[in-house]
Structures are given as C-alpha cells and as structure tokens.
Write a protein that binds this ligand. Sequence first.
Ligand code: ATP
Length: 211
Amino acid sequence: MLKIGLTGGIGSGKSTISEMLSKRGFDIIDADIVAREVLNKYPEIICEIKKNFGETFVDENNKLKRRELGNFIFAVQEKRKKYEEIIMPFIVKDIFYRINQLDEKGKEVCIIDAATLIENNLHKYMDVNILVWVDSLTQFERIKNRDKLPHSEILNRINSQMSLEEKIKFADYTIDNSKSLKDTEEELNITLREIGRNFRGVKCLSNLGTN
Ligand code: ATP
C-alpha cells in the first residue's frame, strides 16, 4: 500500500485537500481525529494529564476538557511540549495501527493528513510526502476568517509551527493552495498523475492518465 503524507501549516488547506481526496474515494487517516479518539482508547493519557496538569482539565466522567486544556497549554511553550510528549506516542501508534488495517483490507493507497508529520518524523515512513503551501498573507486571512481569533493569537499559532519554507525541504511535492479551489484541484490532479507515473504498480493512480 502506498502511504502518502499530507502536511502543511495551520490554515494552509490540508483539510480542504483531504476532502477532495476523500471524495475521490481515497482513504484518509486524519491525525486530528486520531488525536481525539486516542483519548478514549488509551486511559493512560488521561492519567498522565492529571499527573502533569492537575484535575482541572478532566470532567466528572474522566473525559478531557480539550478546549480548556488547549487554551491553557497553547500560551506556554513548555506546557504544550509536555502535552505533546504525553499524547504523541499514542497518536503515532494509532496512525500505524490504522495504516496496517487499511493495508490488510487490500487498499492501494492511504493518505495520512497530519500537521506535524515532519516534526514527528512520520514523513520518513511515508512513500511520498505532499506539502500544502499557501503564501503567508493568504494563510493569515484564511485563519482570521475561519477562527475569528485576535491577530496576535493567529501570529502566535503560525509562529509556533515549523515554517512552510522549512517544511518544503522535506516534501516530494508541493501544492500551492493560495489561489482558487479550482486551481488547487487542478494542482492536485497534476500531483496525483505524477505520483502515478512514479508508482506504476498503483493502479488507481496510474489509471489517471497523462494530461
Ligand atoms: P488546520 O491545520 O488549522 O486545521 P488546514 O490546513 O486543514 O488547517 P483548511 O481548514 O483546509 O486548512 O483551510 C483553512 C481555511 O481556508 C478554511 O476555512 C478553508 O475553507 C479555507 N480555504 C482553504 N483553501 C482555500 C482556497 N483555495 N480558497 C479559498 N478558501 C480556502
């Protein structure tokens, strides 16, 4: 099974492209969904969170108050790092579990949509890595329209991540999502065709043709 990593920065358009791929029938492993689901699957995570951040962020049903914890840790880099240290090994384990499940089902391709694919070294396990790129002004505007956050908060979030310019170095393909959705869809088509040419055994991609 061909594993395609799809990554980018906050608001660069990973979900938008994931959605396009999903509509075409590709299986997607969305790291954001995995990050939510591991909380129910591995009770050890809640234990560690209580140990490190106190009981405040866990409700009476032992469920994590994600939003409250998110706001608390986001402001302080050390705390965010600690949270990532706790949860990331479970996310990575679960992503590989899901990859294996799709492989066992005989799928030809799976897409791993993860904002921190590179930061967590997951890109090394992918056969192909695609970076969703957007210029910084467009990125800022799209986050502003989507999340309605104060400007300083948007900049904080962008600056807390590895820059897109840095991420490009690790990518096999870059899709520029700064323009219209139609342009992005066209770039996606070109990228899929190119991958199909490089992995001729993957029928669903090599059947896409040469135009
Ligand atoms: P995050 O990592 O923050 O979840 P993301 O990389 O998944 O973000 P999206 O949610 O796909 O990014 O896109 C960010 C916002 O920009 C969304 O509101 C989306 O609808 C919008 N958007 C994405 N691509 C385009 C485009 N080409 N034209 C116009 N709007 C777009």
